[in-house]
Ligand binder design. Structure first.
Ligand code: SF4
Length: 362
């Protein structure tokens, strides 16, 4: 049973230089892929009322409108369903966004990364800052009232001043949500072989992140998750469902889902998936300890932190006793803060959240 649905669209026109995700550039495969997606959905989806539907990628905006229509119509949804599509600005125009809105898409997440055209070139993005601005304008004219922008900080040649300008430009464009990620050069990306000059060091990245918290919160954006900021009422319901450790479907190649205590991942090879979209899932049945650790791990990603009473009743434990030494250590070092219901990360703690959260894992 799940009311939240993720659909993976793994195609991109070309590879951004910092990206290590698996994506495919043979766009001729899209029609077969959409057919296989619909087969998978028909077989596994139990017609639960969809609270959220999220098209992520890759570049979902490479799909034709009729392909979106076919997929969305497979689900039981209504006007209250949050339907999000990730958009690359160079792939859309006014008509496309209007048609998406008419289909029921009510939230878009635009891959902006920066408004600096030189940096966009350096990182291999194919759009200009003007195309992002046009995309927002067309989306608003189409009727979309829930627009998110993705940014990366710590980009080559990016200074604190340029990064702050990016955020102010976004705020002036009247968007409702921002996601921010620090540049990471993972194995498999072009930058891994050909590392550019002038990449800000870790300390500068941390300073940019803290600056972002300052700018966004001063402008009434709620810092509701480590990497996410939203005006009140515009938090991503789809992503909150993940962080609240609830169930969801994952459809498409390499998609992940979580249903009935089982985490599953789909076939990762595109052709194999197209040929057989139903079988070849890897399943992992979670133990009680796995579930507890995931609850803590995901809960600390939300800025409101974890709710101890909820965890105690859900997992039949005494959190304070079980994790006393870890809690005491990080309270003393001011990496976590006591809240009314439990604990949350401090700004200082967010910067080393991976280390702190690893301490809670057995
Ligand atoms: S960053 Fe996004 S658009 Fe660029 S290659 Fe990766 S998945 Fe595709």
């Amino acid at each position: 049973m799940a009311n939240n649905i993720y659909i993976h669209i793994p195609f991109c026109r070309q590879k951004c230089y910092y990206c290590s995700f698996i994506s495919y550039t043979d766009l001729n495969l899209i029609p077969d892929y959409v057919s296989s997606l619909c087969t998978e959905i028909k077989e596994l989806y139990k017609q639960e009322k969809a609270q959220t539907i999220y098209f992520g990628g890759g570049t979902p905006s490479l799909l034709e409108i009729k392909q979106f229509k076919r997929i969305i119509n497979s689900f039981n949804y209504n006007d209250f369903t949050e339907i999000t599509v990730e958009i690359n600005p160079e792939t859309v125009n006014r008509k496309y966004l209007t048609d998406l809105f008419k289909l029921g898409v009510n939230r878009i997440s635009i891959g902006c990364q920066t408004f600096d055209n030189n940096i966009l070139k350096i990182i291999g993005r194919k759009h200009s800052s003007q195309q992002v601005k046009d995309c927002i304008k067309f989306a608003k004219e189409a009727g979309l009232k829930n627009i998110s922008l993705d940014f990366i900080y710590g980009l080559p040649s990016q200074t604190m001043q340029k990064f702050a300008e990016d955020l102010h430009t976004a705020l002036n464009l009247g968007i409702q949500h921002i996601s921010l990620y620090g540049l990471k050069i993972d194995e498999g990306c072009y930058f891994c072989k050909q590392t550019p000059e002038n990449i800000p060091d870790n300390d500068s990245q941390a300073d940019m992140y803290l600056k972002a918290i300052e700018i966004m919160t001063q402008n009434n954006f709620n810092h509701y998750e480590i990497s996410n900021f939203a005006l009140e009422g515009f938090e991503s319901r789809h992503n909150l469902n993940y962080w609240n450790n609830n169930t969801y479907y994952g459809f498409g190649v390499a998609a992940h889902g979580y249903i009935d205590g089982i985490r599953y991942s789909n076939e990762t090879d595109l052709i194999q998936y197209i040929n057989n979209p139903i079988n070849n899932k890897e399943e992992h049945i979670l133990s009680a300890q796995d579930k507890l650790e995931e609850e803590i791990f995901l809960g600390f990603r939300r800025m409101q932190g974890i709710d101890i009473n909820l965890i105690n009743s859900k997992y039949n434990i005494d959190f304070q006793t079980q994790y006393k030494s870890i809690i005491d250590k990080y309270l003393l070092s001011e990496h976590i803060i006591k809240t009314k219901n439990g604990y949350k990360l401090s700004d200082k703690g967010i910067l080393v959240s991976n280390i702190i959260l690893a301490d809670f894992l057995q």
